[in-house]
Design a binder for this molecule. Structure first.
Ligand code: C5P
Length: 283
């Protein structure tokens, strides 16, 4: 099952809670590209990580797929005893602002809830998942939405266009807490209301009036992010921005073919970067 990349199309930091977590107002969509998670019945519990982005540090007991399994077992001890083999095909760069680990975790929760036939819906899964990361409630939805609070207040959008994107990451891993620490202003305005009519053109015009408040602190820590945004801008993107706390950036293109050609051109110039054309799901 696809664990889709989460794209923060806009992200305003609007405050900070006493426990240090930041209050956000973020418009999120999900790509048709991501990691893949599998769950199957097995004689013993196991976890195997493979794929182009597999790394030794992912193959440990604190991987979010295993923490998802253990959290679900703790919540349903009698119904979740059967051993399971969990497979993670890692395709998204690690620590890259597109919610890879959170999406893997959310997908594992959904697959295990179905496998063990647990009586639980997405909203209850979100309550179990929240301690595993602030992005978990949005990744469980995997559809266009606005998230507020620290990410736990979800407003699913009933109308939203599909967007053709290129995701590009210059190969720098960025730790989210480091970026939040560099924020100078933590009480920005919330997002403006979305336009009533939502097609790609009106959403791009709306995005022009919004920000990712984490982008400037991320560029100051990892200047290559600026190069990445410029590379997207030079290939005909109608709009470019960084997602989450970076370093992955996205460009929005008029159609799939333009996005494909842009991705090829960026890869030609930067063969070491992670670059994929993708489409975000609409509502
Ligand atoms: O919970 P999650 O793993 O997504 O967040 C990682 C870190 O990012 C947190 O420990 C916190 O330092 C920071 N963070 C924050 N405000 C948020 C989300 C994350 O300060 N809303």
């Amino acid at each position: 099952m696809l664990a889709p990349a989460k794209i923060n199309l806009a992200l305003h930091v609007t405050g900070q809670r006493p426990d240090g977590y930041h209050l956000l107002d973020t418009l999120v969509a999900f790509a048709d590209f991501g990691d893949r998670v599998s769950v199957s019945a097995a004689d013993t519990n196991s976890f195997a990580c493979s794929g182009p982005r597999a790394a030794p540090e992912l193959d440990t007991a604190d991987n979010l797929c295993l923490r998802a399994r253990d959290a679900l077992r703790a919540a349903f001890p009698d119904m979740s005893r059967d051993p399971v083999a969990i497979g993670l095909d890692k395709r998204l760069p690690v620590a890259s602002g597109v919610g890879g680990g959170s999406s893997d975790c959310a997908t594992t929760l959904k697959l295990l809830a179905a496998h063990w036939k647990l009586p639980i819906d997405v909203n209850k899964l979100a309550m179990i998942a929240m301690p595993l990361g602030a992005d978990l409630p949005m990744c469980l939805q995997a559809a266009p939405l606005i998230a507020r609070g620290i990410g736990e207040q979800i407003e699913r959008l009933t109308e939203f266009p599909e967007l053709h994107l290129v995701l590009a990451n210059p190969g720098v891993a960025v730790a989210t807490p480091d970026i939040f620490r560099r924020l100078t202003n933590k009480s920005n305005q919330p997002l403006p209301p979305l336009p009533a009519q939502r097609d790609a053109a009106t959403i791009i015009a709306w995005l022009d009036a919004t920000r990712n408040d984490l982008q400037a602190p991320a560029i100051s820590l990892a200047p290559l992010i600026g190069d990445c945004l410029a590379a997207l801008g030079h290939t005909g993107a109608q709009f470019v921005r960084m997602s989450g706390s970076g370093a992955t950036c996205f460009g929005i293109y008029s159609d799939r073919q333009t996005a494909d050609l842009a991705a090829q051109e960026i890869l030609r110039q930067h063969p070491g970067w992670f670059v994929v054309p993708t489409r975000t799901g609409g509502a």
